[in-house]
Design a protein around this ligand. Structure first.
Ligand code: ADP
Ligand code: ASP
Ligand code: MG
Length: 446
């Protein structure tokens, strides 16, 4: 069995859906289980609808709801789905949005419920299209195939028993019928809908692939694999042939949106190789992600440049703590207490610098940190990360990286090398990021 995941841009309209259906049909012999995102742009619209209802009252979301109805009814008609199916789902959505409008309140729980409709609608449309084309198929909400989540709205994780439940549910599916299931969403033990966070369908697909011990997990998107840099910044970015799970995790964690960072763990744990492929150019080889990362560019010292903008750097300085133990652990505890994630860290005897994503919790962390020393915060920073397992054993890479940044006249504000030594990270101002990335790409890949 293989698991195939299709992202929103692969499911944008009827021609895209037809393309996806023929890709799936071409792999029928490998018994695909299909995981889908919402149609392109729908999750954004659902979030906007929730907020519009909160701000504008009962009619606040009517305009967006109207657009969603028109689009989904048109799609349903084109793929041969009984129009009553999307209508029933959208009626429920409308009721919830009216509730939001009446209360003028949009809790994380309600937002998760609202956003879950995107995937529920797209799974039904794709499955209907397969049937329309003569391929037996059925649509599922992920919870009907065993997906049980932990109740953390907006960032849910699967519960430990989830894998066994999925394995059993998938084993019970009728032979020869292609199951199309929702990415991104699950239900907790109290039956409440949770989402796994933006871009979470990749993660759902990996959970399924791990649970059924799939031969392969295919992530189908709108670019030909993981590229050497974000193509929106570097026009010359090209696909990386092969990555190890470790390298892919670094690339994903440091901002390459193409694979959700949590995707790697379940696949790796069960030894399921991942391939990232392009729906619009299905014959391209894409990127293969495996334990050892064997492939054409295996020996390349640098595989990709990842970046993440809009971060903050927190500096903590304390001469009082000079030579005393426990300084780092106190700092770490302050972040842990308020559940704020730290990415990069650089330390000296009396000071520590850490990068954090934009988060509401930071204010509370700063209050705690100020008890330990002098604290400053710099906002609007980009983490740039050069990734490759051969960084460890290739001389001169750091020289090339800093040379390229100096050539671009970019000031490096912080430097960090991961303990595994397969990444070299620097922090620059957001305003310098694009120049820095292009210069690095020229120096390392062009
Ligand atoms: P999907 O809808 O298929 O899940 P996403 O938009 O989530 O697709 O992810 C694919 C996008 O990720 C690409 O279109 C590209 O703009 C962006 N991206 C950022 N960095 C990279 C990278 N290093 N390699 C490939 N794509 C990247
Ligand atoms: N539809 C969700 C989102 O837009 C999940 C996904 O696409 O992976 O974030
Ligand atoms: Mg995505």
């Amino acid at each position: 069995m293989i698991v195939m995941k299709f992202g929103g841009s692969s499911l944008a309209d009827v021609p895209a859906l037809e393309r996806v259906a023929s890709i799936i049909e071409g792999r029928r012999a490998r018994r695909p289980l299909v995981v889908v995102s919402a149609h392109k742009g729908v999750t954004d619209q659902l979030i906007a609808a929730g907020r519009a209802a909160r701000a504008g009252g009962v009619d606040g979301a009517d305009a967006i709801l109207g657009e969603l109805r028109a689009r989904h009814e048109e799609l349903a008609l084109a793929v041969g789905l009984d129009i009553e199916e999307p209508r029933a789902l959208l009626d429920r959505l409308e009721t919830v949005l009216h509730g939001v409008g009446l209360l003028r309140e949009l809790t994380p729980r309600t937002l998760d419920f609202v956003t879950s409709f995107g995937e529920r609608l797209s799974a039904r449309n794709l499955s209907a299209l397969l049937r329309h084309r003569g391929t037996p198929s059925a649509a599922f909400d992920a919870w009907d195939l065993g997906m049980l989540t932990d109740g953390k709205f907006g960032r849910a994780r699967p519960r430990p028993e989830c894998e066994e439940r999925i394995e059993a549910a998938v084993a019970a599916l009728p032979e020869g019928e292609i199951a199309v299931t929702t990415g991104f969403i699950g239900r907790d033990r109290r039956g409440r809908v949770n989402t796994l966070g933006r871009n979470g369908s990749d993660y759902t697909a990996a959970i399924f692939a791990g649970a059924v011990r799939a031969e392969e997990l295919e992530i189908w998107t709108d670019v030909s694999g993981v590229l050497t840099a974000d193509p929106r910044v570097v026009a010359a970015a090209s696909p990386v042939a092969a990555l190890s799970f470790e390298e892919a995790a670094e690339v994903a964690c440091y901002g390459a949106k193409v694979v959700h960072p949590s995707t790697l763990e379940p696949a790796r744990r069960h030894g399921v190789p991942i391939r990232v492929l392009n729906t619009f150019e299905p014959d391209q080889p894409g990127t293969q992600i495996t334990e050892g990362g064997a492939g054409a560019d295996e020996a390349a010292p640098v595989k990709a440049i990842a970046h993440k903008g809009g971060q903050s750097v927190v500096n903590v300085r304390s001469t009082r703590m000079l030579g005393q133990h426990g300084f780092l652990s106190r700092i770490a505890r302050a972040f842990a207490r308020h559940e704020v994630v730290v990415d990069m860290i650089a330390t000296s005897e009396v000071s520590v610098s850490l990068t954090v994503p934009p988060t509401k919790g930071l204010g509370a962390v700063l209050v705690d940190l100020r008890k330990l020393g002098e604290v400053t915060v710099e906002e609007g920073r980009t983490e740039l990360c050069v990734v490759g397992s051969h960084l460890r054993d290739t001389k001169g890479i750091a020289g090339r990286v800093f040379g390229a940044l100096a050539d671009a006249d970019v000031n490096v504000e912080m430097i960090s090398q991961g303990a595994s030594r397969l990444n070299l990270g620097v922090v620059v101002a957001d305003a310098d990021a694009a120049t820095a990335i292009r210069s690095l790409h020229r120096a390392l890949f062009e």
